[in-house]
Design a binder for this molecule. Sequence first.
Ligand code: HEC
Length: 714
Amino acid sequence: MVAWRSIVLAGSALALLAACGPKKEAPPPEEKGFAAVDTKRIETASAGAEWLTYGGTYDEQRHSSLTAINKDNVDQLGVAWTFDLATNRGVEVTPIVVDGVMYVTSAWSVVYALDAKTGAELWEHDPDVDRAVGVNACCDVVNRGVAVYDGKIYVGVIDGRLQALDAKTGDLVWETVTVDQSKPYTITGAPRVVNGKVLIGNGGAELGVRGYLTAYDAETGDKVWRFYTVPNPAKQPDGEASDAAFEKIGNVTWGDEGAWVTDGGGGTVWDSIVYDEVNDQIIFGVGNGSPWNRTFRDPSGGDNLFLSSIVAVDVNTGEYKWHFQTTPGDNWDYTATQTIILADLPLGENGASRRVAMQAPKNGFFYVLDAATGEFISGDAYGPMTWATGLDENGRPIEVAAARYGKVPVSQLPGPLGAHNWHPMAYDPDLALAYIPAQEIPQAYAEDPRFQTKATAWNTGADFAAGVPPVATPEIAKFLRSTLKGRLIAWDPVAQAPRWSVEHDNAWNGGVLSTAGGLVFQGKLNGDFVAYDAATGDKLWSQNVKSGAGAGPGTYMIDGEQYVTIATGWGSAFALVAGYAYDNSVQSTVGKVVTFKLGATGEIPDADLPLIEKTPKAASFGTEAQIAEGVVDFSRNCAVCHGALGVSSGVLPDLRWSAITADPEAWKGVVLGGHFAVNGMVSFEEYLSENDVESIRAYVLAQAQAAASESAGQ
Ligand code: HEC
């Protein structure tokens, strides 16, 4: 406890120091328009001097027309400025740059406005989130960014609020609660704004919610329309835009029983939302089923629309236009929320151009759909998979029978973290290449024999304890580490084949930026930020940014100089759950915006924080049976935050080295008494008994001793 506390304290001291450093001159506000953005301005911008929406433009290609930084001079890139995001949690934001100001978010949905040229802070807005809601966040308390429109900044807050801030001052203009806050909804995604409407979805399908996308009036915050992605549990109309779609097609794909009736069924719209200006429609990606396991969710065995689908609706009314379901009857957490990119491809008659929507969802297939109709044009696997053998002529996956797992664990690719996750994909229209941040993270799926819905707990119906050994030797962790792979794939969507790819030495690497300078930028898990030749994949430049580099990079131009920027931070779903994937945990409180330009020579400050002493703080105890109980309770309740096998990557405390393991009363005080609830470690009293909690302590100490004896033996 002492070590962890001192890290947190040292972190805030550092942030203070940074704030007291030499003051950079902020530009006079009157010279700035402060986000006077409308739909026309976003439509006519080409991700050149400015970066106006989450994906750069409405098409979300993340391709910049800037060429000042290019293949010939990229080796002269250096650090222009850094800005401390004052967090030890994950950072997934793509900065928006407009009128010389950068708008960026940190963990817990905190928003900053910075001078994009110098990094000087103009204002900060903290929505003051109750840290206890962190327990609802499946995948860390991250935020992927803001939207700008008509002098306002829009941010989705992790607790389900949507806020509009004054772009000039950061003052709150309006706020609306977009979810039932008694349910485990969260918001991590960036809003989008089109024609005076702010679009926002939510997350929570791991725990049990009913997904939807809502449009709010950008000026007032009044609700305009809502589209549910899962039918009303009574199959009655909701009085919302989605009613007609369910009457027509959706209701019959669900049975009348199963956990979906009480849990909501999932289908959360937690990331991709694009505006198709040609067809005046919103195209959005829908998440996984809740619970994951369809046997429990809907025993009737239907396709469960619109889970894991790409859906198009009218921008003004939310009226259904078309859908394409990537994974019918989702059983594996195969979301279709990944980046959706709109582009024109020569796929029409005689090579005529055809407007398409492209996606590389978690399930491992790359899809090209007709943007106007949703018609399946083509699809193919972009990485190894064991769950399906291909797609039929309608784009429906041809499943391997064993993939619909029973009680015996089946190791499968992709796993629930996907062949591609939230890390933004990019598309270079000149080279006609999509750049996919792909990965291999296998998972043993098994039915949870003890499944029953528990409010606000994880409800997947899949058993996270299946196949986990009572005491995992470090060899087992090493073996698991060896199964992880990452690659950057330059995918030709016309040929449905890779043109080149780069192998990474770990999974969960960063989002991608492509530029007309012939470059592709991508961060890696180990902190390397790399520029590749967009045509060949040759590595041209690299700098370590001293923290996880997972977010989507951006670029912009001010006073004739081009900047490349990336927000860094250690955390997010994989870093929390898969501590075994890292040889050394990364130090805390290192989230930053790091901005580069040609010829700059700045330094990225070191975190310089004390490291935790990696020694067991008590002897192991307990019978084999007790430890075996501990593995089950730990895997089901603790692993998603403190790491599978008890191995943490350093985002949240590694319980093996916690001083609290030495004191059963203090341990109970934290785990059942909720003593650290204000920091996000809520009480598990509703789900665990004193005996369970003691078994978890026995397991954690057994893991600590196993790791310690390994290092002593070396
Ligand atoms: C939703 C994420 C989450 C889950 C799930 C979770 N924890 Fe935590 N835990 C945290 C956070 C955040 C902290 C750090 C709190 C702080 O800084 O005070 C923490 C801290 C702790 C600490 C204090 C460690 C120290 O040395 O300071 C203990 C003990 C602990 N957790 C045990 C557990 C156990 C046991 C479980 C499963 C029953 C569990 N946690 C599940 C988020 C989680």
